[in-house]
Design a protein around this ligand. Structure first.
Ligand code: F6P
Length: 348
C-alpha cells in the first residue's frame, strides 16, 4: 500500500505533527508514504519525497509544514484532473490523504467523486470547518492572540489610548471571540454580528467617563457594519483580486477603525494587525495531540475502507464523516454564543 499525502491552503501549527502521525502509523502496517510538495501543485507537477520515520523524527514540535503548501486549485489548472491521475498512476499511489481546510478538502471531495481514493484531515487556524468540533492550529492561534492582547493592555493603559487589534478568521469570528474574551478586550467585533460604529464609540466614551482611561477593541478581519450604516458595510480587503478558490483577501479594518474612532471620540487611537504571526511558530500541546490523533486516524480509516471521508473530532472522540457532508459549509460563531459572552462583557 502506498499513501500519498499533501498539505494545502494556509499553513498552520500542527501540520508536521499530522505528517509524523501518518508516517509512524503507516510504518506499523508496512505502508509507504509519499509526500507531495506545496499542496495540489506538487501532485500536478509530480514533485515530492518519500517520507520515512527518520525524515519525520521530531518534526511535530515545529510550525509550518515540511512539505510546503500553496493555494493551488487543480480544477482551475489546464488538464488538472488528468495530470493528477497521471501522477498517481506513475507514483503507484493507492490513496491520497489531503490535509487542509475547506478549499483543499473540497478538491479531495471532487477527486473522490471522480473515482480517486481520498481521505481528508481538517486543518485551519480559523476553526470554521463544519463536521468537526475543532481543527488543529486554532488553539495555537488563540494563544498567540491572547498573548498579544495582554501585551497591548499595558501599553494602551500607559498611554491612555484605544488600541484596535485585527485578528484573522476570514468569515468566522472564532479566534477573535475566544482570544478577545481570554485577553479581556472591551469590545469584540466579529463577522457574524455586524456592528454599529456609533455604539462602539459610545462605549469607548462611557469607559473614559468612568475613569477607565484605555480600551482594547478586538476586531475580526472580516467584520463589517450593520446594514443601513453609511460606513464599512463591506469587508475591508487588501486587494481587489481573489485567490484561486475565489476567496477575497481581507485585511486593514483595524486601520480604518483607528482613524474613525479617533475622529469620532477624540481619544488617541492606534491599531495593530496580528496577521501571519497567528499562523507561525510552534504548535501548542493541544494542537500537537489533536494533529497526531488525526494523522493516526487517517491510516485507521484507510485500513477500515473509510475512503471519501474526513477525520473529525466530536467531543473527545476522533471519528470520521463523509467529505461530502464536511465541505462547503462555513462553521460560524452562533450569535447566541456572542451574546452570552462578548455582549455581557462589553465595555467592562
Ligand atoms: O484560512 C486561514 C487564514 O489565515 C485566514 O484567517 C486568512 O484570511 C487567510 O488565511 C490569509 O491567507 P494568506 O496567507 O494567503 O494571506
Amino acid at each position: 500500500m502506498r499513501i500519498g499525502i499533501l498539505t494545502g491552503g494556509g499553513d498552520c501549527p500542527g501540520l508536521n505533527a499530522v505528517i509524523r502521525g501518518i508516517v509512524i502509523r503507516a510504518n506499523k502496517e508496512n505502508y509507504d508514504v509519499f509526500g507531495f510538495t506545496d499542496g495540489w501543485r506538487g501532485v500536478l507537477e509530480n514533485k515530492g519525497e518519500n517520507l520515512t520515520k527518520e525524515r519525520v523524527e521530531d518534526i511535530h514540535r515545529e510550525g509550518g509544514t515540511i512539505l510546503g503548501t500553496s493555494r493551488t486549485n487543480p480544477f482551475k489548472e489546464k488538464e488538472g484532473l488528468e495530470r493528477i491521475k497521471e501522477t498517481l498512476k506513475e507514483r503507484k499511489i493507492d490513496v491520497l490523504v489531503a490535509i487542509g481546510g475547506d478549499d483543499t478538502l473540497g478538491v479531495a471531495n471532487k477527486l473522490y467523486r471522480e473515482g480517486i481514493k481520498t481521505i481528508g484531515i481538517p486543518k485551519t487556524i480559523d476553526n470554521d470547518l463544519s463536521s468537526t468540533d475543532y481543527t488543529f492550529g486554532f488553539d495555537t492561534a488563540i494563544n498567540i492572540a491572547v498573548e498579544a492582547i495582554d501585551r497591548l493592555h499595558t501599553t494602551a493603559k500607559s498611554h491612555h489610548r484605544v488600541l484596535v487589534v485585527e485578528i484573522m478568521g476570514r468569515h468566522a469570528g472564532w479566534i477573535t471571540l475566544e482570544a478577545g474574551i481570554g485577553g479581556g478586550a472591551h469590545i469584540i467585533l466579529i463577522p457574524e454580528v455586524p456592528f454599529n460604529l456609533e455604539e462602539v464609540c459610545q462605549i469607548l466614551l462611557e469607559r473614559k467617563k468612568k475613569g477607565k482611561n484605555y480600551s482594547i477593541v478586538a476586531v475580526a478581519e472580516g467584520a463589517k457594519a450593520a446594514k443601513g450604516s453609511k460606513f464599512l458595510t463591506r469587508e475591508v480587503t487588501k486587494e481587489e483580486k481573489t485567490d484561486a478558490f475565489g476567496n477575497i483577501i481581507l485585511g486593514g479594518i483595524a486601520k480604518v477603525l483607528e482613524k474613525e474612532i479617533s475622529k469620532r471620540t477624540g481619544i488617541e487611537t492606534r491599531s495593530v494587525i496580528l496577521g501571519h504571526l497567528q499562523r507561525g511558530g510552534r504548535p501548542s500541546a493541544f494542537d500537537r495531540f489533536l494533529a497526531t490523533r488525526f494523522g493516526i486516524k487517517a491510516v485507521e480509516m484507510l485500513k477500515e475502507g473509510k475512503i471519501g471521508q474526513m477525520a473529525s473530532l466530536r467531543g473527545t472522540e476522533i471519528t470520521s464523516v463523509p467529505l461530502e457532508e464536511a465541505v462547503g459549509k462555513t462553521k460560524q460563531v452562533p450569535v447566541s454564543l456572542y451574546q452570552e459572552t462578548a455582549e455581557i462583557l462589553q465595555g467592562e
